[in-house]
Design a protein around this ligand. Structure first.
Ligand SMILES: *[C@@H]1O[C@H](CO)[C@@H](O)[C@H](O)[C@H]1NC(C)=O
Ligand SMILES: *[C@@H]1O[C@H](CO)[C@@H](O)[C@H](O)[C@H]1NC(C)=O
Length: 269
């Protein structure tokens, strides 16, 4: 038989499990970001701020330290150098969201945030938030008119190579490389992290892939090439110029006829 105090402690234990289980902090937030873009991993310590006047926050993955901030002092993990931050002005208001720049495929995974408190020799930490980050590639379908420019967004400095597969073929050809050695088609330019393929022809139709250093596709663009669409104005202009040509040629025909008759008359004489 359980005595009264055992019942109470069992009840308290159950209550604690229910509370912890339903606490918003124990829920994993799932989010996804496109590769090369920034991502904000949510976190809030507003309800814990009484533990510490200047919050000390840590973000970890299962195996690595990502970012740590204690007031103006900060630490960035090796793989997150110059890419991770918990802005101080947001943290003082209890917003401990992790800002990642130029997201990479290797960033995918689970991130946990902790609030660190206590004196310098006895530190404790409270788990705050788990975020599952998925990193996805870019996909697009584009339609370009013959003679127009095709613009491919490279998105990130991770872009190392652009390969192309003609609609008809199975082989891939390298169109562009970061080192700038390969540029098979002379009309390929890079500007503002975009590749510009000028004067598109029917044979430019196909699939373009932008690859990172591991050979993973950051972006896949399927390109259709269409005939230029004639607007009413250009059609009438073309008709007019065709008519113009016809009337222009009339006098010259007449001149030839005149010349021929003149020759004929001379021969007859
Ligand atoms: C924290 O700040 C970011 C950026 O301003 C914002 O998107 C987010 O909603 C904020 N989170 C909280 C919990 O206030
Ligand atoms: C595909 O092949 C056909 C015939 O083999 C050719 O006429 C056509 O121009 C090719 N299309 C492209 C986009 O190269």
């Amino acid at each position: 038989m359980m005595d009264r105090s055992n019942w109470i402690s069992a009840f308290l234990m159950l209550w604690l499990i229910i509370c912890v289980g339903s606490s918003p902090f124990s829920v994993v937030v799932h989010m996804s970001s496109k590769v090369g873009l920034p991502a904000v991993l949510p976190c809030s310590v507003a309800s814990h701020l009484e533990f510490d006047q200047t919050p000390h926050i840590q973000w970890h993955t299962l195996s690595y330290s990502v970012f740590e901030r204690m007031g103006p002092e900060q630490f960035q993990g090796e793989a997150y150098r110059d890419r991770a931050d918990v802005p101080e002005e947001l943290l003082v208001r209890g917003n401990c969201s992790l800002f990642l720049q130029d997201v990479r495929f290797s960033d995918a995974g689970i991130y946990d945030s902790y609030l660190v408190y206590g004196e310098s020799n006895i530190k404790n930490r409270i788990f705050i938030q788990s975020v599952h980050l998925a990193v996805i590639d870019h996909k697009a379908i584009k339609s370009v008119e013959i003679g127009a420019d095709l613009i491919l967004d490279l998105y990130t400095y991770q872009a190392e190579q652009v390969i192309f597969q003609n609609s008809n073929e199975t082989d891939w050809t390298v169109l562009w490389e970061k080192d700038g050695v390969i540029n098979k088609k002379g009309h390929l330019k890079k500007r503002d992290n975009k590749l510009i393929l000028s004067r598109v022809t029917a044979s430019s139709a196909g699939t373009y892939k932008i690859l990172d250093s591991e050979g993973l596709a950051l972006s896949t663009v399927k390109v259709k090439v269409t005939e230029p669409v004639l607007t009413k104005e250009t059609e009438t202009l073309q008709k007019q110029s065709a008519l113009g040509k016809a009337t222009m040629s009339m006098p010259s025909l007449n001149l030839i006829a005149l010349f021929l008759t003149f020759n004929l008359m001379l021969q007859m004489n």
